[in-house]
Design a protein around this ligand. Structure first.
Ligand SMILES: C[S@@+](CC[C@H](N)C(=O)[O-])C[C@H]1O[C@@H](n2cnc3c(N)ncnc32)[C@H](O)[C@@H]1O
Length: 248
Protein backbone atom coordinates (compact mmCIF):
# COMPACT_ATOMS: atom_id res chain seq x y z
CA UNK A 1 0.00 0.00 0.00
CA UNK A 2 1.37 3.42 -0.93
CA UNK A 3 1.21 5.87 2.01
CA UNK A 4 3.34 8.67 0.48
CA UNK A 5 0.46 11.05 -0.49
CA UNK A 6 -0.64 11.14 3.17
CA UNK A 7 2.94 11.74 4.41
CA UNK A 8 3.39 14.50 1.81
CA UNK A 9 0.17 16.09 3.02
CA UNK A 10 1.46 16.14 6.64
CA UNK A 11 4.72 17.77 5.52
CA UNK A 12 2.75 20.38 3.55
CA UNK A 13 0.65 21.19 6.63
CA UNK A 14 3.77 21.44 8.87
CA UNK A 15 5.42 23.74 6.28
CA UNK A 16 2.31 25.95 6.10
CA UNK A 17 2.13 26.20 9.93
CA UNK A 18 5.84 27.10 10.10
CA UNK A 19 5.36 29.83 7.49
CA UNK A 20 2.34 31.17 9.35
CA UNK A 21 4.22 31.30 12.70
CA UNK A 22 7.22 33.03 11.06
CA UNK A 23 4.98 35.63 9.36
CA UNK A 24 3.17 36.40 12.63
CA UNK A 25 6.49 36.56 14.55
CA UNK A 26 7.98 38.92 11.94
CA UNK A 27 4.90 41.18 12.02
CA UNK A 28 4.81 41.39 15.84
CA UNK A 29 8.59 42.05 15.98
CA UNK A 30 8.18 44.81 13.36
CA UNK A 31 5.29 46.49 15.29
CA UNK A 32 7.23 46.36 18.60
CA UNK A 33 10.36 47.86 16.97
CA UNK A 34 8.32 50.62 15.34
CA UNK A 35 6.92 51.51 18.78
CA UNK A 36 10.41 51.38 20.32
CA UNK A 37 11.84 53.76 17.70
CA UNK A 38 8.73 55.95 17.35
CA UNK A 39 10.81 59.05 18.27
CA UNK A 40 12.56 58.66 14.86
CA UNK A 41 9.30 58.27 12.93
CA UNK A 42 8.60 60.60 10.00
CA UNK A 43 5.32 60.44 8.11
CA UNK A 44 6.80 61.71 4.84
CA UNK A 45 7.68 59.27 2.08
CA UNK A 46 8.54 59.09 -1.63
CA UNK A 47 6.11 57.44 -4.02
CA UNK A 48 8.61 55.57 -6.18
CA UNK A 49 7.29 52.33 -7.65
CA UNK A 50 10.51 50.44 -8.42
CA UNK A 51 8.63 47.51 -10.01
CA UNK A 52 7.15 49.79 -12.69
CA UNK A 53 10.62 50.86 -13.93
CA UNK A 54 11.99 48.19 -16.26
CA UNK A 55 15.65 48.54 -15.31
CA UNK A 56 17.53 47.26 -12.27
CA UNK A 57 21.02 46.92 -10.71
CA UNK A 58 21.83 44.01 -13.04
CA UNK A 59 21.33 46.30 -16.06
CA UNK A 60 23.67 48.91 -14.53
CA UNK A 61 26.46 46.41 -13.79
CA UNK A 62 26.23 44.82 -17.24
CA UNK A 63 26.29 48.24 -18.91
CA UNK A 64 29.44 49.17 -16.95
CA UNK A 65 31.11 45.87 -17.84
CA UNK A 66 30.32 46.39 -21.53
CA UNK A 67 33.02 49.11 -21.46
CA UNK A 68 35.67 46.39 -20.99
CA UNK A 69 37.08 43.44 -22.96
CA UNK A 70 37.89 41.12 -20.05
CA UNK A 71 36.66 42.92 -16.93
CA UNK A 72 37.44 42.04 -13.31
CA UNK A 73 34.30 42.19 -11.13
CA UNK A 74 33.89 42.13 -7.33
CA UNK A 75 30.56 41.89 -5.49
CA UNK A 76 30.26 42.55 -1.74
CA UNK A 77 27.11 40.86 -0.39
CA UNK A 78 25.75 38.19 -2.77
CA UNK A 79 22.92 36.40 -0.90
CA UNK A 80 21.07 34.24 -3.47
CA UNK A 81 23.39 35.29 -6.33
CA UNK A 82 20.60 37.01 -8.30
CA UNK A 83 23.08 39.63 -9.49
CA UNK A 84 26.30 37.60 -9.18
CA UNK A 85 25.08 34.85 -11.53
CA UNK A 86 23.93 37.48 -14.08
CA UNK A 87 27.41 38.93 -14.51
CA UNK A 88 28.95 37.53 -17.72
CA UNK A 89 32.67 37.58 -16.89
CA UNK A 90 34.93 34.69 -15.86
CA UNK A 91 36.93 37.05 -13.63
CA UNK A 92 34.50 37.55 -10.77
CA UNK A 93 34.70 37.29 -7.01
CA UNK A 94 31.70 37.38 -4.69
CA UNK A 95 32.08 37.96 -0.94
CA UNK A 96 29.43 37.05 1.64
CA UNK A 97 29.76 35.62 5.18
CA UNK A 98 26.42 33.77 4.88
CA UNK A 99 25.43 32.78 1.32
CA UNK A 100 26.34 33.09 -2.35
CA UNK A 101 29.45 34.36 -4.10
CA UNK A 102 32.82 32.65 -3.96
CA UNK A 103 34.36 33.83 -0.65
CA UNK A 104 32.68 32.94 2.66
CA UNK A 105 33.83 35.92 4.77
CA UNK A 106 32.99 39.55 5.59
CA UNK A 107 34.06 42.39 3.33
CA UNK A 108 36.58 43.60 5.95
CA UNK A 109 38.21 40.15 6.03
CA UNK A 110 38.28 40.00 2.22
CA UNK A 111 39.79 43.46 1.69
CA UNK A 112 42.43 42.73 4.35
CA UNK A 113 43.81 39.77 2.39
CA UNK A 114 42.97 40.84 -1.18
CA UNK A 115 45.72 41.52 -3.75
CA UNK A 116 43.53 41.75 -6.90
CA UNK A 117 42.61 44.98 -8.72
CA UNK A 118 39.07 45.28 -10.13
CA UNK A 119 37.29 47.30 -12.86
CA UNK A 120 33.81 47.25 -11.32
CA UNK A 121 32.97 46.76 -7.63
CA UNK A 122 29.36 46.35 -6.46
CA UNK A 123 28.76 47.09 -2.76
CA UNK A 124 25.64 45.52 -1.25
CA UNK A 125 26.74 43.96 2.07
CA UNK A 126 25.78 45.28 5.49
CA UNK A 127 23.48 48.28 4.91
CA UNK A 128 24.83 50.61 7.56
CA UNK A 129 26.59 53.91 6.87
CA UNK A 130 29.73 52.86 8.80
CA UNK A 131 30.12 49.55 6.90
CA UNK A 132 29.18 50.94 3.47
CA UNK A 133 31.69 53.80 4.01
CA UNK A 134 34.46 51.33 4.99
CA UNK A 135 33.61 49.19 1.93
CA UNK A 136 33.90 52.24 -0.37
CA UNK A 137 37.24 53.31 1.16
CA UNK A 138 38.61 49.76 0.72
CA UNK A 139 37.12 49.43 -2.77
CA UNK A 140 38.84 52.64 -3.95
CA UNK A 141 42.21 51.10 -2.96
CA UNK A 142 41.76 48.03 -5.18
CA UNK A 143 40.11 49.67 -8.19
CA UNK A 144 41.85 50.01 -11.54
CA UNK A 145 42.23 53.57 -12.88
CA UNK A 146 38.89 54.83 -14.32
CA UNK A 147 37.09 51.97 -12.55
CA UNK A 148 33.57 52.03 -11.17
CA UNK A 149 32.05 51.55 -7.72
CA UNK A 150 28.33 50.78 -7.54
CA UNK A 151 26.24 50.92 -4.36
CA UNK A 152 22.78 49.44 -4.02
CA UNK A 153 19.94 50.80 -1.83
CA UNK A 154 20.74 54.51 -1.87
CA UNK A 155 17.11 55.74 -1.99
CA UNK A 156 14.93 54.69 0.95
CA UNK A 157 11.24 55.50 0.48
CA UNK A 158 10.43 56.13 4.14
CA UNK A 159 11.89 56.13 7.65
CA UNK A 160 11.18 52.41 8.11
CA UNK A 161 13.27 51.38 5.08
CA UNK A 162 16.06 53.70 6.25
CA UNK A 163 16.19 53.05 10.00
CA UNK A 164 19.32 51.59 11.64
CA UNK A 165 18.93 49.22 13.41
CA UNK A 166 16.41 47.69 11.05
CA UNK A 167 12.75 47.90 12.07
CA UNK A 168 11.48 46.78 8.66
CA UNK A 169 9.74 43.50 7.90
CA UNK A 170 10.24 44.00 4.15
CA UNK A 171 12.80 46.13 2.23
CA UNK A 172 15.71 47.55 4.26
CA UNK A 173 18.06 50.03 2.57
CA UNK A 174 19.61 51.20 5.84
CA UNK A 175 21.44 54.54 5.87
CA UNK A 176 23.78 53.79 2.96
CA UNK A 177 22.48 57.11 1.49
CA UNK A 178 24.87 58.99 3.80
CA UNK A 179 27.83 57.83 1.69
CA UNK A 180 26.18 59.56 -1.30
CA UNK A 181 26.79 62.97 0.29
CA UNK A 182 30.48 62.05 0.74
CA UNK A 183 30.95 60.67 -2.79
CA UNK A 184 29.37 63.84 -4.16
CA UNK A 185 31.99 66.01 -2.46
CA UNK A 186 35.04 63.85 -3.25
CA UNK A 187 37.65 65.13 -5.70
CA UNK A 188 38.45 62.60 -8.43
CA UNK A 189 35.00 60.99 -8.27
CA UNK A 190 32.04 61.60 -10.57
CA UNK A 191 28.89 60.35 -8.90
CA UNK A 192 25.23 59.83 -9.82
CA UNK A 193 22.30 57.88 -8.35
CA UNK A 194 20.21 56.06 -10.93
CA UNK A 195 16.50 56.27 -10.04
CA UNK A 196 15.78 52.53 -10.34
CA UNK A 197 15.71 49.48 -8.01
CA UNK A 198 15.93 51.22 -4.57
CA UNK A 199 18.53 53.67 -5.90
CA UNK A 200 21.73 52.50 -7.58
CA UNK A 201 24.69 54.79 -6.84
CA UNK A 202 27.39 54.84 -9.52
CA UNK A 203 30.84 56.37 -8.93
CA UNK A 204 33.48 56.77 -11.65
CA UNK A 205 36.88 57.01 -9.95
CA UNK A 206 39.15 58.89 -12.34
CA UNK A 207 42.22 59.55 -10.16
CA UNK A 208 44.66 57.41 -8.17
CA UNK A 209 44.74 57.64 -4.37
CA UNK A 210 41.32 59.28 -4.11
CA UNK A 211 40.35 60.08 -0.51
CA UNK A 212 36.66 59.81 0.31
CA UNK A 213 35.40 63.03 1.94
CA UNK A 214 34.63 62.30 5.59
CA UNK A 215 31.32 63.71 6.84
CA UNK A 216 30.99 61.14 9.66
CA UNK A 217 30.86 63.71 12.48
CA UNK A 218 27.99 65.50 10.72
CA UNK A 219 26.05 62.56 9.25
CA UNK A 220 26.42 59.63 11.67
CA UNK A 221 23.54 60.74 13.90
CA UNK A 222 21.27 62.08 11.14
CA UNK A 223 17.91 60.43 10.55
CA UNK A 224 15.43 60.15 7.65
CA UNK A 225 14.36 63.82 8.00
CA UNK A 226 17.88 65.00 6.99
CA UNK A 227 17.81 62.80 3.88
CA UNK A 228 14.27 63.90 2.97
CA UNK A 229 15.10 67.61 3.42
CA UNK A 230 18.39 67.39 1.47
CA UNK A 231 17.56 64.93 -1.28
CA UNK A 232 17.40 67.77 -3.83
CA UNK A 233 21.18 68.14 -3.56
CA UNK A 234 21.77 64.51 -4.59
CA UNK A 235 22.51 63.86 -8.29
CA UNK A 236 19.53 61.57 -8.98
CA UNK A 237 19.15 60.71 -12.68
CA UNK A 238 16.80 58.66 -14.83
CA UNK A 239 18.03 55.53 -16.64
CA UNK A 240 18.48 57.26 -20.04
CA UNK A 241 20.82 59.92 -18.60
CA UNK A 242 22.80 57.32 -16.65
CA UNK A 243 23.20 55.19 -19.77
CA UNK A 244 24.58 58.11 -21.83
CA UNK A 245 26.99 59.01 -19.00
CA UNK A 246 28.24 55.43 -18.49
CA UNK A 247 28.86 54.90 -22.22
CA UNK A 248 30.44 58.34 -22.80
C1 LIG B 1 20.88 42.47 -0.04
S1 LIG B 1 21.84 41.02 0.06
C2 LIG B 1 22.81 41.08 -1.42
C3 LIG B 1 22.02 40.92 -2.70
C4 LIG B 1 22.83 40.77 -3.96
N1 LIG B 1 23.91 41.73 -4.07
C5 LIG B 1 21.95 40.94 -5.20
O1 LIG B 1 21.93 42.03 -5.79
O2 LIG B 1 21.27 39.98 -5.58
C6 LIG B 1 23.00 41.44 1.31
C7 LIG B 1 24.00 40.36 1.65
O3 LIG B 1 25.08 40.98 2.34
C8 LIG B 1 25.64 40.03 3.21
N2 LIG B 1 26.45 40.71 4.22
C9 LIG B 1 26.07 41.17 5.45
N3 LIG B 1 27.12 41.70 6.09
C10 LIG B 1 28.19 41.58 5.25
C11 LIG B 1 29.57 41.94 5.35
N4 LIG B 1 30.07 42.53 6.45
N5 LIG B 1 30.39 41.66 4.30
C12 LIG B 1 29.89 41.07 3.17
N6 LIG B 1 28.59 40.71 3.03
C13 LIG B 1 27.76 40.97 4.06
C14 LIG B 1 24.43 39.28 3.77
O4 LIG B 1 24.82 37.99 4.21
C15 LIG B 1 23.49 39.24 2.56
O5 LIG B 1 23.60 38.00 1.90
Amino acid sequence: MNTSPGVCGVFEVIRAIKLCVLTIYSFIRHRLLVIKWAHHADNRSFGWDWKSINFNRIAVVNLLLSNYKNPKYLEIGCSTNILFDSVPTMNKIGVDPVAGGTERMTSDEFFFKNKTQFDVIFIDGLHTYAQARTDVVNAIKCLNRDGWIVLHDMLPQNWIEHHVPSVSNSAWTGDVWKVAFELLQTEGIEFKIVKIDFGVGVARVSKNNVELTDLTSKLASEEFNYYYDNIVSLPIVEWQEAQQWILS
